[in-house]
Design a protein around this ligand. Structure first.
Ligand SMILES: NC(=O)c1ccc[n+]([C@@H]2O[C@H](COP(=O)([O-])OP(=O)(O)OC[C@H]3O[C@@H](n4cnc5c(N)ncnc54)[C@H](OP(=O)(O)O)[C@@H]3O)[C@@H](O)[C@H]2O)c1
Length: 237
């Protein structure tokens, strides 16, 4: 499918996986709104995207605050002149034992990774429903498929995203809205490198560009086809 002229919102699009997806879609001719908390990052990335030759805007908000998400998404849609695609990518990784992680940190991970996805999708849905079509990509993780030591909050949040996303898919496919649940393994980014999950070696470890190509190609499938769930791994990390 040709994506040229479509409008996409990428949460957490100022850096990491979200930025790579924003650039890959822009290279297909998609107009982009990126969101995040760090305005300086967003501004810089918007300039990079504009240089590709598409319309690019940004909206600053934290995904853990429902009214801010609502207002921020509406502003992004207004600036773009519509929305066809939501990449629900913003997330945090906080790792540590159940015994030692403060409950406030645990709650913040759930609030950001689970409620953030819920708030953003809920804010975008009315626009897609009115249009009679659209795509939502929810970024979970392989950590959402199986819990593990020192990742209880992250794994629980991502497992809940899988479930939430599958529920969205069941409800919204009737409106010609494709909801895609992605569970990538470790990819080189601030989160994974600073979190000590990988050294990010580009010879062996998945890079944000690999993730972005995958998302782009899923979205380019003919509308009759819905890739409902998918994982991606490094071949031999
Ligand atoms: N890297 C991996 O190995 C990996 C594997 C599986 C899944 N994932 C998932 O992929 C997504 C992107 O991760 P990444 O590796 O690119 O991480 P990253 O480099 O740490 O980037 C995280 C992004 O999320 C945004 N963000 C975080 N908290 C936010 C909040 N409260 N409100 C708004 N935006 C917020 C950040 O923007 P600001 O700083 O501007 O707020 C940033 O753009 C996450 O959902 C992550 O869980 C990553």
């Amino acid at each position: 499918m040709d994506l040229k002229g479509k409008n996409a919102i990428v949460t957490g699009g100022g850096r990491g996986l979200g930025k790579a997806v924003a650039l890959a879609l822009a290279n297909e001719g998609v107009n982009i709104a990126i969101t995040g908390r760090n305005e300086a990052n967003l501004k810089e990335t918007v300039e990079e995207i504009k240089n590709i030759g598409v319309n690019a805007v940004y909206s600053v908000f934290s995904v853990d605050d429902e009214s801010a998400v609502q207002a921020g998404i509406e502003s992004a849609v207004e600036q773009l002149g519509g929305v066809d695609i939501l990449i629900n990518n913003a997330g945090i990784g906080d790792f540590g034992s159940i015994e030692e992680m403060p409950s406030e940190t645990w709650e913040q991970v759930i609030k950001t990774n689970l409620f953030g996805v819920y708030y953003a999708a809920k804010a975008v849905y009315p626009f897609l429903k009115a249009k009679g079509q659209g795509d939502i990509v929810n970024v979970s993780s392989t950590a959402g498929l199986k819990g593990g030591g020192n990742m209880s909050a992250y794994a629980a949040s991502k497992a809940a995203v899988v479930s939430l996303s599958q529920s969205m898919m069941a409800e919204w496919r009737k409106q010609n809205i494709r909801v895609i649940t992605l569970t990538p393994s470790t990819i080189a980014s601030d989160m994974s490198i600073q979190g000590g999950l990988t050294d990010g070696n580009p010879e062996t470890v998945l890079q944000p560009e690999d993730f972005a190509e995958w998302v782009r190609d899923i979205l380019k499938m003919n509308r009759r086809a819905l890739i409902a769930n998918g994982s991606i791994f490094s071949t031999n990390p």
